[in-house]
Design a protein around this ligand. Structure first.
Ligand SMILES: [Zn+2]
Length: 398
């Protein structure tokens, strides 16, 4: 079941105390947190390694060497570097931050931050940081020098904020337990698992992943409806929803980064930022980005075996109705070899002014009501073949 490894890095150590305030040294608190975290991963059966288990001085090179030697340098290695923050003025800044690498998606960092928030910690943000003179290189060596691993730096809070520090000291075990869950669940979702949480039912888990209870039970050979907290359930990932509208625009999906999108479209982060007048590299889901300047996108499609109007419309993120209109079709019948004009989607997208991400508990009816529209219109606009929607799905709202 385990397809990933964890390396825990207790920040600083030995001659390098990190930050200090209120009688606490960062290196001591990160070690305490890291040891506890190590035991929790071990308990859960995840292969885990601790970079230092005592008050040891480590050069950055030696730290990196240990990280990469633990389980290799592949993307199946999660590196968690534990730190405590500090700010210029005591008792002002507070809360947790998670920093992730330029090469990675923000998902893991976001889930860790959410876990901290759920446990009552004040949270600030997740972010990436590049070298000022090279936007393609990470600022922090723990991101930059660790090959293809997925490293996150967790700053639990501010050592020179008394309240923040006390919160960490009193609650770090709860924080760590939740982080461990978040890591397993995030990494699990790519290998299709769900870890049962308090309050989960077969029904809620099935719904969350776009499955029926029967499918979920048969996937897991369950004979009863009882779940236990921490139980690992196999799921199918039905949540991949790709809507790219044309060659020159891109709709931001869950997990996207500017860096990833730039790579996808053979461009650079700077170019994307310029093209879209972005002042930061934060993206929001559903955001529409220009990815090419004034490119003429191919707007012809030759019908292949197995195609249907519905399938083609879906592939291009347009509605069947628009596709029919652009081709003066009066029926849904198409022929292999037929050349279809794909309507350019910019004007289309302007009409679809809202993109909505489905949350747990949503129904098409509740969404329609929220936006004063109808279920039928949403179904039509999104080429849905029934009224089933799944959490995380992006819907265009007329
Ligand atoms: Zn630090």
């Amino acid at each position: 079941m385990n397809n990933f490894y964890v390396v825990i890095d207790a920040g600083h150590g030995g001659n390098d105390p990190g930050t200090s305030a209120n009688g606490v040294l960062e290196k001591d608190l990160t070690l305490e947190i890291s040891r506890y975290m190590y035991d929790r991963f071990k308990e859960r059966g995840i292969p885990v390694s601790l970079v230092r288990s005592s008050d040891e001085t480590l050069t950055s090179d030696e730290r990196v060497r240990r990280i990469l030697n633990a389980f290799g340098n592949g993307s199946n290695v999660v590196v968690i570097s534990n730190h405590i923050n500090s700010s210029g003025t005591p008792n002002v800044a507070e809360g947790a931050e998670v920093i992730y690498a330029l090469r990675n998606e923000p998902t893991l960092a976001q889930n860790i931050l959410r876990a901290l928030k759920e446990q009552g910690q004040v949270v600030r943000r997740v972010y990436q940081r590049a070298l000022p003179n090279d936007p393609n290189k990470d600022y922090y060596f723990i991101h930059r020098e660790t090959a293809n691993t997925e490293p996150v730096i967790i700053e639990y809070g501010f050592i020179n904020n008394k309240q923040d520090l006390e919160r960490i000291q009193n609650n770090y075990k709860r924080y760590v337990n939740a982080i461990v869950d978040a890591v397993i669940e995030t990494r699990g979702s790519s290998s299709n698992v769900h870890i049962v949480r308090p309050g989960d039912t077969l029904w809620s888990v099935a719904k969350m992943h776009g499955l029926t209870v029967e499918q979920l039970k048969s996937l897991n050979n369950l004979n009863s409806d009882l779940l236990t907290v921490g139980q690992v359930l196999k799921i199918q990932d039905n949540t991949n929803n790709n809507i790219n509208i044309s060659d020159s625009t891109y709709v931001v999906k869950y997990g996207d980064t500017l860096w990833k999108i730039a790579n996808m479209f053979d461009t650079t982060v700077e170019e994307l930022m310029k093209l879209n007048d972005l002042s930061s590299n934060l993206l929001s889901i559903g955001q529409i980005l220009k990815v090419k300047e004034g490119s003429s996108f191919s707007n012809e499609y030759i019908v292949k075996a197995g195609d249907s109007l519905w399938k083609i419309a879906r592939d291009y993120g347009i509605s069947v109705e628009d596709l029919k209109m652009a081709n003066n079709l009066t029926s849904n019948v198409i022929f292999i070899g037929q050349v279809l004009t794909i309507p350019t989607s910019r004007s289309y997208y302007r009409e679809a002014s809202v993109i909505y991400k489905v949350k747990q508990g949503d129904t098409l009816f509740s969404i329609a009501k929220m936006y004063s529209t109808t279920v039928d219109k949403i179904i039509e606009l999104n080429n849905l073949d029934n009224d089933m929607i799944i959490v995380g799905q992006l819907l265009m709202i007329p």
